[in-house]
Design a binder for this molecule. Sequence first.
Ligand SMILES: [Zn+2]
Length: 353
Amino acid sequence: MQFSQIIEQHKLINSLIDIAASNRVSHGQMFFGEEESKTFALALAFGQYLNCTNRKVFDKDESLIKEDSCGECPSCRKFSVLSHPDLHLVFPNAPTKKVETKNSSDSFIGEFREFVLQNNAIISLNDWYSFLDIGNKQGAINIRDANNIIRNLSITAYEAKYKIVIIWNADKLNYDAAPKLLKTLEEPFDNTIFFLITDNRENILPTILSRTQLIKVPIIEKKKEKESHYLPLFVLWIRHCFLFKTKFDSIVSFIEKEIIPLKREEEKQFLLLATKIFENTFYYNIGINRDSYMLENCDEKFKNNFPQFVNENNLEKIYKEIDKAILHIERNGNEKMIFFDLSVQLGILLTGK
Ligand SMILES: [Zn+2]
């Protein structure tokens, strides 16, 4: 998992990168946020980044992530399939038909890897329970899990710079397991980092909470429905932008027909999505995020032709024009004029003419 696969969280990612750069990575970190906020993916990407031997550094731009793991070095390759010997995964589990007693995370590590990879690390507890097929039973992180963590950390061959322990849904830690873990958090093993993940901070024991650095993961708004409507609109709009020199009229009628009926707030959402598509396209061009949701869902012809027009020379200027338009929409400017002006500017910036 690379940061570039979680670009919605670029602000938080950049602060994690800063923490790493100043060697202030705490050995116990609590990622607190909704499952949809991609907390697990973030912890995984941060672990991969910390151990990457060939990190990528990007140009400074506050709207993008500044660095990322390479995705290609031996450590990254093992992280990407969750098989790195210094990556330890702990998660709620329960007896199943296959493992009737003495169940622990280690009993289900194969299933968990499969589950995470299938879902691109955006995972929810209910889905995990269905995947594991535990029926009505409640999962927990039990004392065997706590013992295994300690045992695994003391015997594992030391391959990476950091050993990473991810405890997903740390609020499911049993009362008898917690004291064991607490001891490890108090007297950590060398170069070992614990990522505890929860969407339910109230259920974490205060003694554990006080030994971790809290990282609040902001909510990613659910916009998929809107996106599926705005994507084809974006494609249509950009096609009109390219014709700015010859077909003024068609730009105007596009705006009148498709944009003006939207509420101002929706126009803003549309432009924010446009920014994301430009950003994704740029990443796509420099060879990361090849499976970009945005581009994948545009039509074939657009997907093949559009990326060549987005580059490091025009990306920032495009952002500035869109920001300006959003500001004018917020200030109740004339929407028709705002979108017409923006369409011409984008036409110029994209074609370079
Ligand atoms: Zn790497």
